[in-house]
Design a protein around this ligand. Sequence first.
Ligand code: IPM
Ligand code: MG
Length: 377
Amino acid sequence: MNFSIALVPGDGIGPEVIAPATEILDAIGDIYGHVFHYVELEAGGKAIDSAGEPLPQETLEAAKQCDALLLGAVGGPRWETLPGHLRPERALLGLRSGLGVFANLRPAVLLPQLKDACPLKDEVLAASHPEGKPTFDLLIVRELTGGLYFGTRGRSEDGKTAFDTETYSWMEVERVLRAGYAAATVRRKKLCIVDKANVLESSRFWREVAAVVSKDYPDIETSYLYVDNCAMQLIRAPGQFDVIVTSNLFGDILSDEASVLTGSIGMLPSASLGSPQDPLAKNGHPMGMYEPIHGSAPDIAGQDRANPLATILSAAMMLRYSFGLEKEAHAVEAAVSAVLDAGLRTQDIARRTSTPGSEKIVGTKAMGAAVLKELSR
Ligand code: IPM
Ligand code: MG
């Protein structure tokens, strides 16, 4: 089959991590008989430099025409002093809302090869794991196009007060909850709604919606947790979680926390999905935007030091969710796993394995090349 991919390499390490991901996609195409056609687009700092704004209209319109979007990272110190509406991060928010990708799936899994990179002790991990194993496998579903990041914001006339607003409609809460339930159905059938319902009206509203929506999923065990408690539980007992569904703000914060438990933020992919019924959906598959959860890491940009695995794993999620290519997605994930088994490590995940000496520290290009070689075996 033929697929068109909007490619936004972006700033900092973005282009370095995108390059191996596209090589791997091309190899998948060769092996399984697909053609991936890339439409390279500018957004973020690069677009500010060339077009004077973080998300040019042409970029958004061109992305809408594609089957999915793969993004490296945007931002950097060069653009940090610009006013809010001109910052590179606006491009991310504009793409997310413009493409209608409201459900942000952020899996956090402790891979056996990277177990020693997790800062928690084995006994802490094992205590909360359903089978007493020192590991965890959870999925954060973050609402991505509403809430505080999109609510009314501003300053008072005298400049002495500032405000942001948390607003959620029934429809927005319902659709992200359903995305969470759909994920839980094919996982361990547990869904935890994280909010601050002891204080916030919007959180109490989430619970009202959940009370209705959860009736459609009698097989799934629904629970509720306040966000402050959840922040603590993630470190105390991560094994208790399967799927966490939460608001834009809380999901942003908790997913960074969860990434530390997996050893490195350089390992975590993400998928942001729209609805399969949306006009932008193609062939019954939702529009999707795929990106590593890490940023543009300007401190190591251009040095061949970035870990490309989060982006490669994001490309695997794209194969699965936007193209319906499960076998192909699995092949990429298995190749990544094999390369880690062989002891290859970028510096962010190095020197923390149980068998030091068996690992080999490599750069971005060599890591990408190793995954590619594994695929073609
Ligand atoms: C993320 C990032 C972004 C967000 C920033 C860069 C706007 O932190 O994807 O988690 O807050 O969503
Ligand atoms: Mg974040």
